[in-house]
Design a protein around this ligand. Structure first.
Ligand SMILES: Cc1ncc(COP(=O)(O)O)c(C=O)c1O
Length: 373
């Protein structure tokens, strides 16, 4: 059994992908070929955003957004510690300071009621709070109604890290539409993944979209590759990856339905001995991961061992919250400073989740974990 089965999906679309790649081999526009622009159009339509800027990864999507806003030394960016390293790494790369705020113990997403205190903390440290990066964990959009309010009240730029949530929505507003900009990842294991690294940024702000396009190509002026007007990156999405994503996007909604069916089956049949991620009313998660809380770290260890003995892969996202990672030691956070993130890191684990997970395998997993005390 696979944790994420990309082979079954590939078998379904292989023919079409081969055709698409052959077209690219013929036209030879490997960098910023027509498929990149076609994908951007399709992604804009899918997310109902005015502008889509594809790029080289989810990490670069975040980096390009922060660079476009001129965030750097002396600035603070507020974010969650219960996420992948990329979310905070990009802040530090630019010389700004990440300020971590705790999450809800139910949804595992950033709790907006902690943001005012983070702003006060930044001011006390004489750094200027400039932005919030909220993460849509495991596919579930963060609480944007409140995040928008607090960011507007305090003049903060709001970034949606939608690396895990492409296809998720709140009241039918899709992930990618929240915040001033939203960043997603096309890493192969993501809900919409390519066959390498890739990412995209969404915004309704034309001026920002133009700056981000410039940052994506070494800060070029937009028409002359050798005239550069700002510091940027080599942050483009490959034409071949764009073509693969165009084909994958065609089956994406069907795959979302399959993910939803599997997670509903897990929800219904996994015993109450485990705590499930709370999905608020009118929120739809794209189920990048199916994660549960064990009762304790020992309980989690026992479960994962039994799963392993039965050749069932399981993973921990995330076992060390970012504020306790040694790379961020200099920020001065201590154990106990962000209690929900720390508690959940000790207990969380994820089960296999992908659209092609067979019912018999779901049943094996459910039976195994329900029989553990
Ligand atoms: C929350 C979050 N942000 C950012 C990223 C970075 O995406 P990428 O791997 O495409 O750089 C990831 C990838 O795992 C992620 O989970």
């Amino acid at each position: 059994m696979e944790f994420i089965d990309l082979k079954s999906q590939q078998a379904l679309i292989k023919e079409k992908i081969n055709q698409r790649i052959n077209v690219i081999l013929d036209h030879g526009k490997y960098i910023m070929g027509p498929e990149v622009y076609e994908l951007e159009k399709r992604l804009s339509i899918y997310t109902n955003t005015k502008f889509c800027v594809t790029c080289s990864s989810g990490t670069d999507a975040l980096l390009i957004s922060l660079l476009a806003k001129g965030i750097g030394p002396g600035d603070a960016v507020i974010t969650t510690p219960f996420t992948y390293i990329s979310t905070a790494e990009v802040i530090s790369l630019l010389g700004a300071i990440p300020i971590f705020v705790d999450i809800y113990p139910t949804t595992f997403n950033l709790d907006p009621s902690n943001i005012e205190a983070a702003i006060a903390y930044a001011k006390q440290k004489k750094i200027t709070p400039k932005a919030i990066i909220a993460v849509d964990l495991f596919g579930l959009p963060a609480r944007y109604r409140l995040l928008k309010k607090v960011s507007e009240e305090n003049g903060l730029f709001l970034i949606e890290d939608a690396a895990q949530s492409f296809g998720g929505n709140i009241n039918n507003v899709k992930a990618g539409k929240f915040g001033d900009v939203a960043c997603t990842s096309f890493f192969p294991a993501k809900p919409l993944g390519c066959y390498g690294d890739g990412g995209a940024i969404f915004t309704d702000d034309e001026n920002l979209a133009e700056i981000m396009k410039s940052v994506r190509v070494h800060g070029s002026n937009g028409y002359d590759k050798y005239e550069n007007i700002r510091i940027g990156l080599n942050g483009r999405l490959d034409t071949i990856q764009a073509a693969i994503l165009i084909e994958k996007l065609k089956i994406f909604n069907t795959e979302l339905d399959l993910r939803e069916k599997i997670s509903n089956y897990y929800d219904l049949n996994i015993s109450d001995n485990f705590t499930k991620q709370y999905i608020p009313k009118n929120y739809f998660t794209s189920r990048a991961q199916y994660s549960l809380l064990a009762n304790s770290s020992q309980h989690r260890k026992d479960i994962m061992q039994i799963l392993k003995k039965n050749n069932i892969p399981s993973m921990i996202y995330y076992k060390i919250p970012l504020h306790l990672q040694s790379v961020f030691k200099n920020l001065g956070y201590k154990k106990g400073s962000l209690k929900n993130s720390e508690n959940i890191s000790q207990r969380i684990f994820s089960l296999p989740m992908h659209p092609y997970l067979k019912r018999v395998d779901q049943d094996i997993i459910i039976e195994l974990i329900n029989n553990i005390n």
